[in-house]
Ligand binder design. Sequence first.
Ligand SMILES: [Zn+2]
Length: 351
Amino acid sequence: MINIDNYIQAMPKAELHVHIEGSIEPELLFTIAERNQIQLPYETADDILASQNVGKTNPKQNLQSFIECLDISRGVLRTAQDYEQIAYGYIRRCRDENIVYAEIIFDPQQGMRQGVELNALLGGLFAGSKAGSQEFGIEVQWIMNFQRDWPLQDALNILHAARPYRDQIVGIGLDNPEHRDFPKDFAPLFTAAREDGYRLTSHCDVNIPNSLEHIKDCINILGVERIDHGVNSIEDDKVVLQLIEKGIPLTACPTRYAFQSTTSIDDLEMMKGLLDQGVIISLNSDDPAQFGSGWLSQTLIEAQQAGNFSLETMTKFMRNGFSSAWIPADRKATYLAQFDKTHQSLMMEGE
Ligand SMILES: [Zn+2]
């Protein structure tokens, strides 16, 4: 019998829902803050974790308190060098996680409000990912996310300014606090991005007021090709059918933080329910250095244990990561063949 933790660790993985600003490890955070002469409200890595844990016992407070912590972390970013280091840091980490393919989300608005020019921010990210990809042999693409609690025009201006970098950014998305009826406000952004050839996604966070309506509007108004989280779709059979028929995958994130909340098991049941019904749903780390959730392998191992998922279920979740990737069909087939081959050889070893 194969050990399921070893299996999860050893399998080649794709990660499609990870925020670069949420992947900054404490040591790098302190380095960047010191270089930029920014006083953090933390002295040690333990202080960071303690602060992230505030408010997590109340599920309604989770998203807001999490974003407050994230704002402190991403608040240190000031220069191209900072962005280069955080990109490189995540990709180095991919090697340890056996992540062979990653689509990484970045959020230009926060950095730009802190005075970083878009050219410097993008130049830093791309330099870091180029160096990391070459050194560790990991394929990386970037997704530019906009903040849905900030004005549409702000997002449109950045989309326009990023045009020279179009071929280095695969898609766009929306994140940050989820305000009521946000999809309606951002329809012009998605129309413009579609015309520029970007792939389209949006966060639809879990158990937000109006969650289901937001999922429907993201599909029908914004024309998203993928949804980040979106697991409340299980509450409506018609939405589940629409996801399957249109081939819209979900990138779910079963963080440890979610396990501690009262809704934790429900979240995992929703993910498994969607998988069983045929939705292409993968499991991802989201903000691996922010939730104290651990990196992808740890997140998957904890989800497996908390949900009591079989090895077959975990294989499906992990395989879906590659199936949901924004890459040409032949590249996807190559990754899936590698995945299946590793699966078979691990199974034979375990016999
Ligand atoms: Zn996210």
